[in-house]
Design a protein around this ligand. Structure first.
Ligand code: UDP
Length: 327
């Protein structure tokens, strides 16, 4: 059976990708340093503990499994942290990706699926973002992901490394079968924090900013279900295996929801009150990030099935009520 090296395979999106790859007939090899990932989340193939900053551990993984492709999820991804410590983001994300791409080329593994982000667009008032929109990041997380996109273009020119790049909007929800799910320490994301507040596991949710130029003053985001997102990755892998050219795809639902709307949807899905307090803005946050995902639908045949806000929250809530991972 063919192996795929999944960096960050013990993390939230990576673990869901491993499940989808297994279902598609591949053996997913989770390459992870477990700094933010979970050993318990590696359920669908082997775990190779390694670090992107340690080239030898990458070479060992390529030699051991001879993967036919790489899916690169491993990254630091907290906007707020990236604003406080940009060096960490450039080192771990950009240098890590350079090491990975070098190791892939050295091993002759030239198909690369990369997890990028709508944070590369920055804050473009009133624009529905698509693949052709200019990339103008406003935080170091977005800058580091943009640099990796550029790095991949350079590697294609120099070494023939072909890539499918996905720019994600806000990934949410969990595996409907709750085999894997969203769990971060520390948790910073809106929906899991809100479910914690609803379940009484933490104090009220703080709404970060109510004075944005949006209909209700809170930030608007485009939420996409993690299971839909990883289905697109399997299609992206097939795209490369079919010999098609490197391509960028945005992945969102095309619908924007404000923080207040997500709060209201969570109240409706869980049928419980949501304790909320209003706070100031969080550094680095754009007012509105909404995608057009027509290219993924038309060219990849992507069909988001669970990306309506109620289904995402219901799936997240089911996982939230199951046993959490232990390290
Ligand atoms: N948000 C919030 N309170 C929180 C966490 C997030 O109001 O405790 C807001 C945040 O400002 C953003 C949206 O919820 O507008 C989604 O944030 P998240 O951190 O989940 O994802 P991001 O957009 O940073 O990728």
């Amino acid at each position: 059976m063919e192996h795929v090296l999944v960096t960050g395979g013990a993390g939230y999106i990576g673990a869901h990708a491993c499940k989808a790859l297994k279902a598609a007939g591949y053996v997913p090899v989770a390459f992870d340093n477990l700094s933010t990932g979970w050993r318990d989340a590696v359920k669908f193939g082997p775990l190779h503990e390694g670090n992107l900053l340690d080239r030898a551990s990458l070479d060992a993984a390529f030699a051991a499994y001879k993967p036919v492709a790489v899916m690169h999820f491993a990254a630091l991804s907290l906007v707020g942290e990236s604003m406080k410590d940009p060096g960490k983001y450039w080192r771990e994300n950009v240098t890590g990706a350079a090491n990975l791409a070098d190791a892939a080329v050295a091993a002759g593994c030239l198909d690369f699926v990369f997890s990028s982000t709508c944070a590369t667009y920055g804050d473009q008032d009133g624009v529905v973002l698509d693949e052709d929109t200019a990339q103008l990041p406003i935080n170091a997380y977005g800058s580091s992901k943009l640099a990796i996109e550029q790095l991949l273009a350079d590697f294609e020119a120099a070494h023939g490394l072909r890539s499918v790049i996905f720019r994600y909007f806000n990934v949410a929800g969990s595996d409907p079968e709750a085999e894997v799910g969203e769990q971060h320490v520390p948790e910073t994301h809106l929906i899991p924090l809100m479910l914690d507040a609803i379940a009484g596991k933490r104090d009220a949710l703080t709404i970060y900013g109510t004075d944005y130029n949006t209909p209700d003053g809170t930030c608007v985001r485009d939420y996409v279900h993690v299971s839909d997102l990883v289905d697109a990755h399997v299609k992206g892998l097939k795209w490369l295996k079919d010999g098609k050219a490197s391509r960028v795809f945005c992945l969102g639902s095309g619908d924007g929801f404000s923080v207040r709307e997500v709060v209201e949807a969570s109240r409706a899905v869980t049928n419980r009150p949501v304790p909320v307090v209003e706070g100031g803005r969080r550094a680095g946050d754009a007012a509105v990030l909404v995608s057009g995902s027509r290219r993924a639908v038309e060219e990849l045949g992507w069909e988001p099935k669970r990306s309506d806000i109620s289904t995402m929250i219901a799936d997240a809530w089911r996982w939230h009520q199951s046993e959490p991972y232990e390290r």
